[in-house]
Design a protein around this ligand. Structure first.
Ligand SMILES: *Cc1c(COP(=O)(O)O)cnc(C)c1O
Length: 426
């Protein structure tokens, strides 16, 4: 049967469908390269699982203290092997990405130390962790100071400033790989590797941590392959493969991971406690699926950039440039565009498709924000999701897509809404 038949049932017009098919015909080679990266990374995960001797017994969890949890310990070996670290901490007790990052920082810094961000202003939620915005329990409250070296105007590391900001109290340098919700470009692993090399040439005993959120499996190498002491991320983004319902990871030098473990549980206990409950199958299978899931999300981001750039909207990254994370920003220039886009994503979701997203004054934001997500895992942003603040330049940020066909349909549905509301004419 004709492929369009099914789109028709979902109220995609023939015109929108064909516009999409046309765009896709020009993306074949690009998608092939993404599939090749997924293949490379799939084998990396399988090899790590072989080396860690993952067996059926690893899939059952523990309760209570969680002593001798062989599944948890083997999973941490898998992460360490896969991401080329000496050790790993991968736990459901790490509640989210911010928690994982806070944990890595707080456990590896001591009063009197200074933290340096080498890639400018960090992700919003880290401002309170660091104490840039005063907050209960911040690093600042513990006498840990903060310095920042901004990126240059074209989004490169500013080596001179980095060198000038390193002093005898500087203990740890943090680098955020993804642009997050800023307008700068995402850093490539290669760029990060060069910065690490430079930082270590200035002061060899400095630790470098990379906020790896949204970057995992987008390239064939991770920052740990190029000398990062720690990479840190969330399991409800790329490495959870859409299956992990909670969790975060820290992979890197043994000493760094050990420090984090003693902070997560308790001095004296470290990695030895922390029951995995019944969650290990989702962690293992999620990581197993993560390379192809990340590839699906990447295809979705590229498809959208090509559609909307063709229609005259500014896209970051643009339609042709290389990708280093899965986030796509599209500037519509008016609130109606952002709202119609989000409605299209929501209506295409497997869950809560009948819900209409509306802008609302979210805590912590200075304007109304609209969010679209009909997820299996609440708040999961490896699943197809979009959000945008209702303020100039009226940009929407979207990411995810567990399967490429769903990402494709979701994006076609955004276009359908924009056409119906006469914001674009095909
Ligand atoms: C998502 C994200 C975080 C924070 O993760 P949460 O799970 O939302 O707390 C930190 N840094 C970057 C770059 C992110 O994308």
């Amino acid at each position: 049967m004709d492929k369009y038949t099914q789109y028709e049932k979902l109220n995609i017009s023939r015109e929108v469908f064909e516009f999409g098919e046309n765009i896709l015909s020009g993306l074949k080679e690009r998608f092939e390269r993404i599939d090749e990266t997924a293949e490379f990374n799939q084998l990396k995960v399988i090899d790590a699982m072989h080396r860690a001797k993952v067996g059926e017994a690893c899939l059952t969890g523990t309760t209570g203290y969680g002593y001798n949890d062989i599944g948890r310990d083997a999973l941490e070996k898998v992460y360490a092997y896969c991401f080329n670290g000496e050790d790993a901490l991968v736990r459901p007790q790490i509640t989210c990405g911010t928690h994982a990052l806070a944990l890595a920082l707080m456990s590896n810094l001591r009063p009197g130390d200074e933290l340096l961000s080498a890639a400018g202003k960090p992700y919003d939620t880290l401002e309170e962790v660091i104490g840039i915005r005063p907050s209960n329990g911040s690093l600042a409250e513990y006498g840990i100071t903060y310095a920042q070296a901004d990126l240059t105007e074209d989004g490169e590391f500013d080596f001179e400033t980095i060198k000038a900001k390193i002093n005898d109290r500087t203990k740890l340098v943090t680098i955020q790989r993804s642009k997050g919700y800023q307008t700068r470009r995402t850093l490539s692993v290669k760029q990060i590797g060069e910065a690490i090399k430079f930082i270590k040439s200035v002061k060899p005993d400095l630790k470098v941590m990379v906020d790896n959120c949204y970057g995992e499996f987008v390239e064939r190498i991770e920052p740990t392959d190029l000398g990062a002491d720690m990479i840190v991320g969330s399991l409800i983004k790329n490495p959870g493969g859409g299956l992990a319902p909670i969790g975060g990871y820290i992979v890197g030098k043994k000493e760094c991971v050990e420090n984090a473990a003693h902070r997560l549980t308790s001095p004296g206990l470290g990695k030895e406690v922390g029951a995995s409950l019944g969650i290990l199958p989702q962690f293992y299978q999620g990581l197993f699926l993560a390379p192809t899931v990340t590839a699906s999300a990447l295809k979705g981001a590229i498809f959208a950039a090509n559609i909307y750039e063709k229609l005259g909207f500014s896209c970051v990254p643009n339609a042709t440039e290389d990708r280093h994370d899965i986030i796509q920003a599209i500037t519509f220039g008016k609130a109606e565009g952002v709202e119609a886009f989000c409605k299209g994503i929501q209506a295409a979701s497997p869950v809560d498709s009948y819900v209409t997203p509306e802008p609302w004054p979210m805590p912590g934001y200075d304007s109304n924000v609209i969010m679209a997500a009909g997820n299996f895992v609440s708040g999961s942003s490896i699943e197809l999701s979009a959000d945008g603040p209702i303020k100039p330049p009226y940009a929407v940020y979207f990411q995810g897509g567990i399967t490429w066909p769903h990402a494709k349909y979701g994006i076609l549905n955004t276009l359908q809404k924009l056409v119906e509301e006469k914001i674009v004419v095909l």
